[in-house]
Design a protein around this ligand. Structure first.
Ligand code: PLP
Length: 382
């Protein structure tokens, strides 16, 4: 695929070469098996759809170009991609993960690492000395980071973490779900593996579960990741793949709009008397702002969190009074979502009970601000 700028690569997602019918979007091939000559594999390379199928390669090639990666694989969910990466490790390997990270993966790690004989430490990665102290040369195989991180939107220094990981002989994996390749290309900063929940911004319409893993180099570690997709059966299905490709064609527009509105919301909410804290890397007061200026291009993301005065009860009241903001988990869709994070994460959550996580969609910025402010005012009166 040609190295167009991201916008063109995405908008032209259906590719340069067209279907023999002349259709400008690729067809969906539902076949699970493909004709073979008696001596083995067909010239097309497709044999059985658990290993790949026509239609999968376009979105994989597009993402490869956007991230500057050597190879890409699509999975049936973000978790499927991420667990395929962790399961490429060996028993006894040591990994360093952040404290603030995707809750589902944290839960899986807890259940999996113990009986797999993997050793895992969670450290505050805004403090690089803590990461330096946690890595064990030639025993630590993986340093994992998610930036901006959920739900406080900390910004972690990918280049510095890559250096620390590489000195110890470990790989740096970046969960770039929230940044998307529009705002950050982790491989450019030294990351070895990039993962996404494509369920979020990449698809962008809250109707597909999908995941991505990309690599800077095709080495034996990556071969094990690919092996895991092939033999665990975590490949993305054909329908979902087609929907994902359609969603990705407007990624650049959706991300730009969400970033713009999120910035305006963060500034407006910062002035609201009922809001005691705003977490958004675009704000000069955010501790990761300087770093975000260096590491992110074109915006600071569509995710922000606020703490509402009065704790869980008041935060819940705000949630029930919005009309445009829908009370639901997940993020990165065209519709704006609001959730009280502690209630989603459960009793082990380290999140403030009054924290509301906002996923900013593509509705009119003024409507999003008005709706939330009205809910906060009602809250004030009641
Ligand atoms: C949603 C999410 C995941 C998990 O992805 P699924 O597609 O739900 O399996 C991982 N990391 C982050 C940052 C996410 O937001």
């Amino acid at each position: 695929m040609q190295p167009y700028v991201a916008d063109t690569t995405l908008a032209q997602g259906s590719g340069e070469e067209h279907d023999p019918t002349g259709a400008v979007v690729p067809p969906i091939h539902l076949a699970t098996t493909f004709l073979r000559p008696p001596e083995g594999y067909a010239a097309t390379g497709w044999s059985y759809s658990r290993y790949g199928y026509p239609g999968l390669e376009k979105p994989e090639a597009t993402l490869k170009v956007l991230e500057g990666a050597a190879d890409c694989r699509l999975f049936s969910s973000g978790m499927s991609a991420m667990t395929a990466v962790v399961m490429a490790l060996q028993p006894g390997d040591h990994c360093v993960f952040p404290v603030d990270m995707y809750h589902g993966l944290k839960t899986w790690l807890k259940g999996y690492s113990a009986h797999w004989g993997m050793r895992i430490d969670h450290v505050d990665m805004t403090d690089l000395d803590k990461v330096r102290a946690a890595v064990i040369p030639n025993v630590t195989r993986l340093v994992w980071v998610e930036t901006p991180s959920n739900p406080h939107w900390h910004i972690y220094d990918i280049a510095a973490l890559a250096e620390i990981a590489h000195e110890a002989g470990a790989k740096l994996v970046v969960d770039s779900t929230v940044a998307t390749p529009i705002l950050t290309q982790p491989i450019k900063f030294g990351a070895d593996i990039v993962v996404h929940s494509a369920t979020k911004y990449l698809n962008g319409h809250s109707d597909v579960l999908a995941g991505v893993a990309l690599t800077a180099v095709t080495d034996s570690f990556w071969e094990r990741v690919v092996f895991n997709r092939d033999y665990h059966g975590g490949i993305l299905g054909q329908f979902q793949c087609s929907l994902l490709m359609r969603g990705m064609r407007t990624l650049h527009l959706r991300v730009a709009r969400s970033c713009e509105s999120a910035m305006a919301l963060a500034e407006a909410l910062g002035r609201h008397p009922k809001v005691t804290a705003v977490f958004y890397p675009g704000l000069k007061t955010h501790p990761g702002h300087e770093l975000a200026m260096r590491q992110m291009t074109g915006g600071f993301g569509g995710m922000l969190s606020i703490i509402v005065a009065g704790g869980a009860r008041e935060a819940e009241r705000v949630m029930t009074r919005t009309h445009i903001w829908k009370p639901a988990t997940s993020l990165g869709g065209v519709e704006s979502l609001i959730e009280r994070r502690e209630a989603i994460e459960g009793p082990n959550s380290h999140v403030d009970p009054g924290l509301l996580r906002l996923s900013v969609g593509i509705e009119a910025t003024a409507d999003l601000i008005d709706d939330l402010f009205a809910a906060l005012e009602t809250n004030n009166a009641g």
